[in-house]
Design a protein around this ligand. Structure first.
Ligand code: 3EB
Length: 336
């Protein structure tokens, strides 16, 4: 059996054993099916089924499975793979990853054109993966160039900071810039972290143009409440903290707790603790830290929640060893 509640509206997400792939691809309520491996693979047909160039660090092959509560329409629009229901639009696109300033600018322009064209104007969550994130091409480090290019598309569109999506941006194995996102017809609520300077207000030493994302996004759907937590690392204020993986893990968990607590107290998010999240992804810059980080998480959260996926992905500062993102997808009453 798949660990999915059929009534989750308008969609839900779970990690499932990769052996279910064919069965899930055949289901007309599958919004997206995402694999994780050493090389990137784009969709073979119209469906949003693709593999990110982020190797999984555990034995059992898992897929990230997005299931809608109603039938999904698949189409390709301007080279973008789109899966949608009347409530939500999921999309995947690829862009070369040669000149990250240019390629990020182009990818975000394609994204906003798509939202305009399809009529889902509210961007909720984006995932950005491209190779050699910390390397320098020409004059600028690639992550910083990415931030500049993203800014160059957002600035003329006059996107206000409080409308920025939750996001993750990690370095992948060699391949294209892989970009997927979620948009809706109605907006979410930005949640910023009281322990951290908002990324869109970071001082220029991290990037000539600040990273354009929200720390988390709270989405009140007609029949459920979701929280999408951005990639979160051991940053307090705007500075990286700690040199060792376990202290970084603790700081990261405190940051995520602070986001959940803020959303709970200010916006009546039904949960108030990390252990009530449904899913987390743990990105490790160096796979050697897996055993330590995994057992620390296991002893902090011995239950089955949150479901975990460990991936190798490069965090966007040299001194940060790990980053964690998460989702809460409703059903608070049975989450303890
Ligand atoms: C940080 O807190 C870590 O540039 O879109 C996390 C999530 C990070 C998203 C992005 C960057 C981004 O600054 C880095």
């Amino acid at each position: 059996m798949l660990p999915i509640k059929p009534s989750s509206r308008p969609f839900t997400v779970a990690y499932v054993d990769a052996r279910h792939k064919q069965e899930l691809l055949a289901d007309n309520q599958t919004l997206a099916l995402i694999g994780f491996d050493e090389s990137a693979r784009g969709p073979a047909g119209d469906a949003c089924e693709f593999t990110l160039a982020l190797p999984q660090l555990e034995e059992t092959r898992q897929l990230e499975y997005w299931k809608a509560a109603s039938p999904v329409t698949h189409e390709q629009i301007d080279g973008i793979h789109v899966a949608r229901t009347p409530d939500v639009l999921f999309a995947y696109l690829e862009q070369p990853a040669d000149d990250m300033r240019h390629d990020a600018r182009a990818a975000y322009a394609r994204l906003y054109r798509l939202l305009e064209k399809t009529g889902y104007p509210h961007l909720l969550r984006v995932w950005n993966y491209f190779p050699r994130l910390l390397e320098t091409d020409g004059a600028e480090q690639r992550y910083r160039a990415f931030c500049v290019g993203r800014h160059e598309t957002l600035a003329p569109l006059a996107i206000p900071p409080q409308s920025l999506p939750a996001a993750s941006a990690l370095g992948s194995f060699p391949g294209p810039f892989q970009f997927y996102f979620l948009a809706a017809k109605s907006p979410g609520i930005q949640i910023e972290n009281p322990r951290q300077v908002s990324a869109f207000n970071y001082p220029p030493r991290y990037s000539p143009r600040s990273p354009a994302f929200s720390r988390a996004l709270f989405k009140h759907w007609p029949e459920s409440e979701h929280l999408y937590i951005s990639g979160t690392a051991s940053i307090v204020g705007h500075e990286s903290r700690h040199r060792e993986p376990l202290p970084q893990l603790e700081e990261t968990l405190s940051n995520i707790e602070a986001l959940i607590s803020t959303a709970h107290h200010r916006h009546a998010l039904p949960i108030s603790h990390f252990a009530q999240l449904d899913l987390i992804k743990i990105y490790l810059s160096h796979p050697q830290w897996l055993p330590q980080v995994k057992s620390a998480l296991q002893s902090r959260f011995p239950g089955s929640k949150p479901a975990r996926l460990f991936l190798q992905g490069t965090v966007c500062r040299e001194d940060l060893l790990l980053e964690i993102e998460g989702m809460y997808l409703g059903r608070a009453k049975d989450s303890g």
